[in-house]
Design a protein around this ligand. Structure first.
Ligand code: FE2
Length: 457
């Protein structure tokens, strides 16, 4: 394809009259043809004497044949074609710049409010796919335990099977070691690229946070591509944005971890007052999260559920040892004191803003679906979903745990209890989710295997 179509050029409304007037004024005798020799325009008495090429950007797009005046017509066409070509190039460059700026703006908007490293990596890949020619992209982040860069997000993995990178090994490994982005337009010819010959051209950039390389992003094309310095500039800008966002996200993740550890330690410390309940909090959290996953609860609810499950009995700190640890049957008044732990729990955590989302789980975990629970006698969906889940997880664990004054139920007996009270004490959908959860699935598989083995015996 020629860079400018001469047939369209000479018919343009703003140019055709100029061309016709010049032909008439010069008394030129011309035959204009395209680069294939197809006739486009001819004056009445035209004869072929001399041929003048019409070229643009070093390429012949047509010919003007005729008398000595034909040269001037060819020069006019060349000038017009060059000017048209420049306009188009400029328009294309402006459009590209606009696309780049839009992309970077969108990227800043998306990644700055994202606090999940995997999600950031996925966003970077999506943006790179939009503006750069590629068949595969991979984001690898430093794993502090293994000391390697491990794959966290990818597109076109079948083309580039990299799952981890060692410093200095391969092209990505040398980008990691040098901290400098690279273009390799002929990958098979690069001695560092042994094993990645399915990629013909690639670009690789380090993800740097405070001068430390914390990751590497590389993109490749199965077909040879001439990646330019401009492509690399755009790519490294994307990489820099991603690196800052990933650094923020990992700081946030560390903070979250520290926060959960503190909350968990608090719950465990309280639990230790009652030595018979060893690991109850941990199990209630695990069962609750398993139920939540099975029910497909959203991330925000899962976070509330986790906090609520960990803290559900935190209010027991307000119940006297003589009552909490009493081994014989409780009097009505003592039972009333125990029941207050749900309200004490709310009071304890309501002063800590980060814990407030756990309040419904803590206050309502002894409410019953039929409205006969405490402290508020809520029923059905008046009870927060986190509390309905914690109630099943908590009751199951309490039923299967030995106490000084009674032996715990067997798992099958506890299952029967949950089924029996589904729809009255418990939300039946939550009980169903408990039986369908991965925790129970593992139990059922182990149990059925045992039953089969017993039968064989
Ligand atoms: Fe409780």
């Amino acid at each position: 394809m020629p860079p400018i179509n001469i047939a369209k050029l000479i018919k343009r409304r703003d140019f055709a009259p100029v061309l016709n007037r010049l032909v008439a004024a010069l008394g030129a005798s011309v035959i204009i043809e395209d680069h294939h020799g197809k006739l486009l325009l001819s004056t009445a008495d035209a004869v072929r004497q001399t041929g003048y090429p019409v070229s643009v950007a070093g390429e012949i797009i047509g010919w003007v044949n005729g008398n000595e005046q034909a040269g001037a017509i060819a020069a006019l066409l060349c000038h017009q074609a060059e000017s048209e070509f420049e306009k188009r190039t400029l328009a294309a460059e402006t459009l590209n710049k606009y696309k780049e700026i839009t992309l970077l703006y969108e990227m800043v908007e998306q990644v700055t409010c994202c606090l999940d490293t995997k999600e950031i990596a996925r966003l970077v890949i999506e943006q790179a796919k939009r503006v750069l020619e590629l068949s595969s992209v991979a984001v690898l982040l430093l794993d502090k335990e293994s000391g390697l860069m491990e794959l966290v997000a990818t597109h076109g993995q079948e083309l580039d099977g990299t799952r981890s990178i060692r410093p200095g090994v391969g092209i990505a490994g040398s980008v990691w070691s040098s901290g400098r982005a690279e273009i390799v337009n002929d990958v098979p010819a690069d001695p560092r690229a042994a094993g990645s010959a399915r990629v013909s051209s690639l670009m690789c950039a380090p993800l740097k946070a405070k001068d430390q390389v914390v990751g590497v992003i590389k993109l490749g094309s199965a077909q040879p591509v001439n990646y330019s310095a401009d492509d690399l500039k755009l790519f490294t800008t994307l990489a820099s944005l991603a690196a800052v966002a990933i650094e923020n996200a990992s700081l946030y993740e560390q903070l979250q971890e520290a926060f959960y550890t503190t909350v968990y330690t608090l719950a465990e410390t309280i639990e230790k007052r009652d030595p018979y309940t060893g690991n109850h909090t941990k199990r209630v959290m695990e069962y609750s999260l398993a139920i939540g996953r099975t029910m497909g609860l959203d991330q925000e609810t899962m976070t509330r559920l986790q906090l609520g499950a960990v803290l559900h009995d935190v209010g027991k700190i307000g119940v006297r040892d003589a009552v909490l640890l009493k081994e014989s049957a409780l009097t009505d008044e003592e039972f009333e004191q125990i029941k207050r732990h749900a309200v004490y729990g709310e009071e304890m955590i309501s002063g800590i803003s980060r814990l407030r989302t756990a309040i419904p789980g803590v206050r309502q975990h002894h409410e019953k679906f039929d409205g006969r629970g405490y402290p508020d006698g809520l029923s059905g969906e008046q009870i927060d979903i986190t509390a309905r889940v914690i109630s099943v997880a908590d009751s199951y664990d309490a039923m299967t745990t030995d106490r000084p004054y009674r032996k715990g139920l067997t798992i099958d007996e506890a299952f029967a209890e949950l089924r029996k009270h589904a729809g009255t004490q418990f939300d039946a959908t939550v009980v169903d989710a408990f039986f369908a959860s991965d925790v129970m699935e593992a139990y059922f598989i182990a149990n059925s295997r045992k039953k089969i083995l017993d039968t064989i015996d």
